[in-house]
Design a protein around this ligand. Structure first.
Ligand code: HEC
Ligand code: HEC
Length: 405
């Protein structure tokens, strides 16, 4: 059978009235999307719902300004979407739709299928409104776009959501660069970032030093967030929601000369507490059995705390010294100052080491700008910087230990 757009499948299933399949099985993004003003008591108290589905009204940017709904409807098939790293939430797909995808009877090369997936609320981090004629009328993004991926349980790029995991396949720049609203110069910048990278200050200061999208898990005991330790979790959440996602609210920080007030009503501030609570509940993943050498890791921990002196900054417990109020100059830790100079602190925070090795989703790159492609390279960085003399075995053991964090 020739593959057919998913809409036809959904339509047929609905017409059959099959009890096992219904498009209403999907999490209803329209209920969660704040653009409809659905933030009354209780409606959005759930931080997980906010993290996954709340756009803070950013459709006004992604739809009205960037016209991404047209870009998607005219040219982004599921195959293309998966190629730029977008993920599909298999749990939002009715069983029969999954069956059709498995059978190859859904056309994954048709943009109409992408629109159908959006209608099902199945594209991680992208919320779409689809009208009764199956046209995509509005589109917005959520926190999950960059900070969730899937376990590939159904197929590569299609599976159960993993909230808090950085999406290192996601090429945000390539996606944004498709917008007809950008100048050629802007498109060139966005197009230069590559997968897993994003510059959350480019639209503020015009500079271009993209950084690795970090995980949003394992932060419960970390006093200050982001690579440069600019502030606590809600500070940064408000920054991103308003200045990057273009949600509606007011964010100002005189330290970086930012004052962005996207027109009222404020769809951000009332949600920050619940959002924070959800993020802080996200644990770093346990290392997968078999993905590292247990004995070597045990020895590596001794190296980490001993001769390699890692724990002088990656202090036992949180594996960061940020909680004792320490940040580091770029020179002290051998990092490029360019990104720090654009931040509030001009310094780097000791990254709380967590979830460093969970392939295929999490396998580097490391350091804020990704200058170390592998864990091995991070160790070499410190060997040179601090003139460590590690034996080959110590070096290997240290890497195995890092894999367990
Ligand atoms: C377009 C991609 C993108 C989106 C959307 C996004 N973030 Fe981020 N997030 C980043 C990048 C890049 C950083 C690193 C910023 C830095 O360190 O300067 C970051 C940093 C963070 C951190 C700090 C992690 C750490 O190690 O301290 C948290 C927490 C976070 N984001 C949560 C959120 C939440 C909540 C939302 C939704 C309101 C969100 N992000 C939306 C890309 C994104
Ligand atoms: C002087 C303080 C200091 C010492 C000592 C130190 N680190 Fe770091 N570490 C940092 C800082 C600051 C960063 C963030 C740098 C960046 O992102 O550019 C970092 C980042 C890292 C990262 C990257 C994490 C990620 O997700 O990007 C790894 C891995 C790491 N350190 C391992 C080690 C190991 C192994 C040692 C010992 C050999 C060590 N560190 C010693 C301060 C230190």
């Amino acid at each position: 059978m020739r593959p057919i757009p998913l809409f036809v499948v959904i339509g047929t299933l609905a017409a059959c009235g099959g009890s096992d399949v219904s498009i209403s099985l999907a999490p209803p993004p329209s209920e969660a999307a704040s653009s409809k003003g659905g933030h009354g008591p209780g409606a959005l108290s759930d931080g997980k719902t906010i993290f996954r589905y709340d756009t803070f009204g950013d459709e006004t940017f992604w739809t009205d300004t960037l016209r991404m709904h047209e870009v998607i409807a005219s040219g982004v098939s599921p195959a293309t979407a998966l190629k730029v790293g977008l993920k599909v939430d298999a749990d939002a797909l009715p069983a029969a739709v999954k069956q059709r995808i498995a059978d190859g009877t859904v056309d994954l090369n048709s943009p109409a299928t992408t629109v159908a997936l959006l209608k099902l609320g199945a594209v991680v981090g992208v919320v779409g409104s689809v009208n009764e004629r199956d046209s995509l009328t509005r589109v917005g993004i959520t926190c999950a776009l960059c900070h969730s991926t899937v376990d590939d349980g159904f197929a590569p790029g299609i599976g159960t959501r993993l909230d808090g995991w950085a999406n290192r396949d996601l090429d945000v720049g390539a996606i944004v660069s498709l917008s007809p609203a950008l100048t050629a110069a802007q498109k060139a910048v966005y197009g230069s970032w590559g997968p897993g990278m994003y510059d959350p200050r480019y639209n503020i200061d015009g500079k271009n030093t993209p950084i690795v999208i970090p995980p949003a898990f394992g932060l419960r005991h970390i006093a200050r967030e982001v690579y440069t330790g600019d502030g606590p979790v809600s500070y940064w959440n408000a920054y991103v929601a308003i200045t990057q996602m273009h949600g509606h609210g007011h964010f100002a920080d005189p330290r970086i000369g930012v004052d962005v007030n996207n027109s009222p009503p404020d769809l951000v501030s009332s949600k920050l507490a619940a959002l924070r609570q959800y993020q802080l509940s996200l644990e770093a993943p346990e290392p997968r059995a078999g993905s590292y050498d247990r004995e070597a890791a045990r020895r590596g921990r001794v190296v980490f705390q001993g001769v390699a002196r890692c724990s002088s900054c990656h202090i036992a417990g949180s594996l960061s010294d940020v909680n004792i109020g320490r940040l580091h100059s770029p020179a002290e830790v051998g990092q490029d100052p360019a990104y720090a100079l654009r931040s509030a602190t001009k310094l780097y925070r000791t990254t709380p080491l967590r979830g460093l090795w969970n392939p295929p989703q999490l396998d580097g790159p490391y350091f804020h700008d990704g200058n170390a492609k592998t864990l091995d390279a991070t160790v070499s960085h410190y060997e040179q910087l601090f003139d460590l003399s590690l034996t080959d075995r110590q070096r290997r053991d240290l890497v195995e230990y890092l894999k367990t964090l």
